[in-house]
Design a protein around this ligand. Structure first.
Ligand SMILES: NC(=O)c1ccc[n+]([C@@H]2O[C@H](COP(=O)([O-])OP(=O)(O)OC[C@H]3O[C@@H](n4cnc5c(N)ncnc54)[C@H](OP(=O)(O)O)[C@@H]3O)[C@@H](O)[C@H]2O)c1
Length: 358
């Protein structure tokens, strides 16, 4: 189905960009046990459905992965966001295999994303098969081009970000993004992947991809939280302000990576500000009887994005899924708008010597 034929991919908001909230948290069962919360799913341009809340697995301790994945499934998570670069696909794969074997969940009820690393753009099929092998899966629900940049290939699975003598990422100028995309399309035709998408593509690269794609990207996964890329912010103050609406208009679902602004993890790694400490957010969270994280994630849903918060704390898994029993009012959405600082929290330029978002 052509992207232009589909309605905006996500319809979760309460009028702040379309749609309505389709899910109410079910009441607890009479036996007193807590019922798992199931996030609603959005229909992608591929026709497949992706749960609106997923668990990101970047920077999870290898030894904690199994416990977290199993606890997440028990809490109702059905969507996991992985990447070859996170170097824990094998651990995630072991956890998933055990979950299927023990009947905790069925494969068809999960949505598993992983991503092609920069150094493997010229080797898409081998990279995808390597990820499938590590994840112990026959197919992926979604495979994303992690960044719109091809770097010098080392070997499959080595996942290097080779830096040249000039201190800048060693970019391979012989592999075009178009060639990479057509190789991604082949994966769908081979039955290895159900949906394909892009990540960290800006407006021009995304537009270009739509032009050359035979299979349109179903998803653009970009950094989005209330300190960056507020999608309906005044255009003159934030060039990227309309970007997520633009993606949705062209049938691409926007997945918000770093939906909590990376919190303390990115404060440590990149020196970023954590939006969870913002006094406006704290005050509003209190008003709704929610935590700052829940308010920030609910904001993401009301902006019609899919959110994939990461936590390594079992007790936060449930908190990050309890997003469907409240609505942020129009007035408060306006108040939140004012705290956009156009501040990107994930800053790979710090290590790559080049700003891939420029
Ligand atoms: N496509 C890309 O280029 C890209 C880039 C970045 C991220 N991602 C994906 O997006 C996912 C999420 O991004 P991220 O992990 O960088 O950042 P994030 O989810 O925005 O924030 C994670 C941080 O928030 C903390 N946190 C989680 N739940 C919390 C809560 N309820 N209250 C307070 N703090 C909480 C976590 O600490 P604890 O672990 O201690 O709870 C961690 O420090 C990643 O795991 C990855 O799957 C993709």
């Amino acid at each position: 189905m052509a992207a232009k034929d589909v309605a905006p991919a996500v319809t979760l908001g309460n009028g702040h960009g379309g749609g309505m909230v389709p899910v109410v948290t079910p009441p607890p069962p009479s036996n007193g046990h807590r019922r798992a919360i199931m996030a609603p799913a959005v229909t992608l341009s591929s026709g497949h459905r992706m749960p609106a809340v997923g668990l990101g697995v970047w920077r999870m301790e290898d030894t904690a992965v199994r416990g977290l994945i199993h606890a997440a499934i028990r809490n109702g998570y059905r969507h996991f966001d992985c990447a070859a670069k996170y170097q824990n696909e094998a651990e995630v794969g072991d956890a998933l295999a055990e979950a299927f074997q023990t009947g905790l969940v069925k494969r068809e009820d999960l949505f598993i994303t992983t991503k092609l690393w920069n150094s493997d753009h010229g080797h898409v099929t081998e990279a995808c098969k390597d990820s499938l092998k590590k994840l112990k899966l026959d197919y992926l629900d979604l495979y994303l081009v992690h960044f719109p940049v091809a770097t010098r290939h080392t070997e499959i699975g080595s996942l290097a970000s080779v830096i040249g003598e000039d201190g800048v990422l060693d970019i391979d100028t012989t592999v075009s993004l178009e060639a990479t995309w057509h190789a991604m399309e082949d994966l769908v035709n081979m039955g290895l992947v159900r949906s394909i998408g892009i990540s960290n593509y800006g407006v021009f690269l995304a537009r270009d991809c739509l032009a050359y794609a035979k299979i349109k990207p179903a998803v653009n996964q970009i950094e989005m939280h209330l300190r960056v890329k507020n999608p309906d912010r005044n255009r003159s103050r934030n060039r990227a302000g309309f970007f997520s609406c633009h993606c949705q208009k062209h049938g691409m679902c926007v997945t918000a990576h770093t939906p909590l602004g990376g919190s303390t993890a990115n404060a440590k790694l990149f020196g970023s500000l954590s939006c969870l400490d913002d006094p406006v957010i704290k005050e509003l969270a209190e008003k709704y009887g929610k935590t700052p994280a829940q308010l920030v994630l609910r904001w993401g849903l009301q902006k019609n994005t899919v959110v994939i918060p990461k936590t390594s704390k079992v007790e936060r898994l449930q908190e990050n899924l309890e997003l469907f029993d409240f609505d942020i009012s129009d007035e408060d959405m306006q108040e939140i708008k004012a705290i956009d600082r156009n501040h990107r929290s994930n800053q790979p330029a710090k290590f790559w010597g080049i700003d891939v978002y420029s």
